[in-house]
Design a protein around this ligand. Structure first.
Ligand code: SF4
Ligand code: SF4
Length: 115
């Protein structure tokens, strides 16, 4: 299960450097698959190949956000989600729209980092 950031975020930025997958972005900042990963290309839902450097639309213009496709709950790196551990207002929560098992999260981590 990926995490998401609720509207309670105070934009302190404490979580940003903690993410091993670079899944966290500042408000209104474009994201991409390549940043913080070993990905060069990504297959889209329609089966097309996407350059991992391609900039994607921000998921929030107002608060920090987590890209669910890059979040592994820190599996493979840490015992617990690091953004959740450092957030001063406890606004990093499990995203019910992205439910994944531990095995799936580890597979995702391997996909992101090619290890
Ligand atoms: Fe990044 Fe871990 Fe937070 Fe997911 S749970 S956004 S991988 S720090
Ligand atoms: Fe927002 Fe919490 Fe991250 Fe600070 S640590 S930017 S409050 S999610």
């Amino acid at each position: 299960m990926a995490l998401y950031i609720t509207d309670a975020c105070i934009n302190c930025g404490a979580c940003l450097a903690e993410c091993p997958n670079h899944a966290i972005y500042e408000p209104a900042q474009s994201w991409n698959f390549a940043e913080g990963t070993a990905l060069a290309e990504v297959e889209t839902e329609t089966g097309e190949s996407l350059d991992a450097q391609t900039l994607q639309e921000p998921l929030s213009d107002f608060i920090y956000y987590i890209v669910p496709y890059k979040c592994t709950e820190c599996q493979g790196f840490e015992e617990e989600p690091q953004c959740q551990a450092v957030c001063p207002v406890e606004c990093c929560l499990p995203d019910a729209n992205f439910i994944e098992s531990k095995a799936e999260l580890l597979t995702k981590k391997e996909w992101l980092h090619a290890v």
